[in-house]
Design a protein around this ligand. Structure first.
Ligand code: ZN
Length: 389
């Protein structure tokens, strides 16, 4: 197993001169529309929660625990990648732990200037100690609300059915999404092992959420082919697609996705980890972007993939050769593709467009003196600073 970091991070001193440094990406306003709560905890928090809850972990030293979870390791398959969750889920079985993990996730996102996020998880995975499903949902909403009060970050929730558990369990999750619609839950997703578990098996859950006008996104085209994306769109009614790596295998569907402006939630480093792509240069993101598709860049799992949105955007720029002007377009697409109500989305986008305009195409903040109001063109009258003198 190889460290993802080793192949994808240029040491700063060997960066080509025209590569914009990571710090610039950290300063930009951003979204994270595809991030799993149970894959995005802080490692120290896992250790602390385990101690408090008397849960026995396979290691208590954070470095060892990170390697057991497989943070940043290339697994090559989605099924192996999902094993790290066995560890994180052990400590996420109480309301207090869920509240804390949600707060800290939003706090970490805020620290890299994420303005809007949609946190996803499946409540059924958090009831091993008898916590009620409704308590699970409310604990996560409480944590995200506390982060909003502290930092102003807006974070909503997407509830997930799990493809490899059962359609009946997915239906229970769909019921929760309906019950909490308009109260912090903005969507429904289907996650888990993709192979042999097509989304159409969970059709009843999708029918319930769609009848209740709940937004739908589905993990598709990650470990299984374009057919899974077609099912997600045409049978299950997805409004967005999680990953969509294998959409490039079907030109007609690719153009359908483009024509209908269906957003793709791309998570490049995670795709390398699960073997959905060989390496970052093999990722179809740039192809999709150049074809005009609505592409968003996300983390998937901040702990397990050992990443942030800033880092993902930076890798898109430095490894895939996407210019900074297109990075700004990717960020705008994130704000355009959120499951917020239209008017909120529009207002957030307007603010972000104005902020991004302050950066030129080399990622530099334009001088205050060069802002449109103050620029004098050839032939303009000289500015009089102190009139009458
Ligand atoms: Zn995911």
């Amino acid at each position: 197993m190889a460290e993802l970091r080793a192949v994808s991070d240029f040491p700063t001193e060997t960066l080509p001169a025209d590569v914009i440094p990571l710090e610039v990406f950290r300063a930009l306003p951003k979204t994270d529309l595809h991030v799993h709560l149970d894959g995005s905890l802080r490692i120290e928090t896992i250790v602390e929660l385990a101690r408090e809850q008397k849960v026995e972990l396979p290691a208590t030293n954070p470095t060892e625990l990170r390697s057991l979870i497989g943070c940043g390791i290339r697994f090559g398959t989605l099924v192996e990648y999902l094993r790290g969750f066995d560890i994180t889920l052990q400590v996420l079985q109480t309301a207090e732990a869920l509240e804390r993990a949600s707060f800290e996730l939003a706090e970490d996102a805020h620290r890299e200037n994420v303005r809007y996020m949609e946190v996803r998880y499946s409540p059924m995975l958090h009831t091993r100690r008898g916590t009620k499903l409704t308590t699970v949902v409310e604990a996560v909403l409480d944590g995200l609300r506390r982060a909003r009060d502290a930092y102003g970050i807006t974070a909503n929730v997407i509830l997930c059915g799990i493809r490899n558990i059962s359609p009946r369990a997915s239906y229970r999750m769909a019921e929760l999404a309906v019950a909490y619609k308009g109260r912090g839950v903005v969507g429904f997703d289907l996650a888990g092992a993709e192979e042999d578990n097509p989304p159409k098996h969970h059709l009843e859950a999708f029918n319930l959420v769609r009848q209740n006008n709940v937004n739908v996104t589905i993990h598709a085209g990650e470990a299984y082919g374009a057919e899974s994306i077609a099912q997600a769109l045409h049978i299950c009614g997805a409004h967005r697609i999680g990953h969509g790596v294998r959409l490039r295998e079907n030109g007609s569907l690719l153009h359908y996705v483009n024509d209908h402006r269906i957003p793709l939630e791309c998570c490049p480093s995670s795709n390398v980890q699960t073997g959905a792509v060989k390496d970052l240069r093999d990722h179809p993101l740039k192809l999709y972007l150049d074809l005009g598709l609505r592409v968003t860049v996300n983390t998937d799992n901040r702990l397990i993939t050992d990443t942030s949105v800033s880092r993902e955007l930076w890798l898109v720029h430095s490894e895939m050769g996407v210019p900074f002007s297109d990075i700004k377009a990717l960020i705008r697409s994130g704000f355009k593709s959120s499951f917020q109500p239209f008017h909120e989305r529009k207002a957030a986008l307007r603010r972000v467009v104005a902020e991004l305009k302050r950066y030129d195409d080399r990622g530099q903040l334009r001088e205050a003196a060069a802002s449109p109001e103050r620029v004098s063109r050839p032939g303009d009258q000289p500015l009089t600073l102190a009139s009458g003198k």
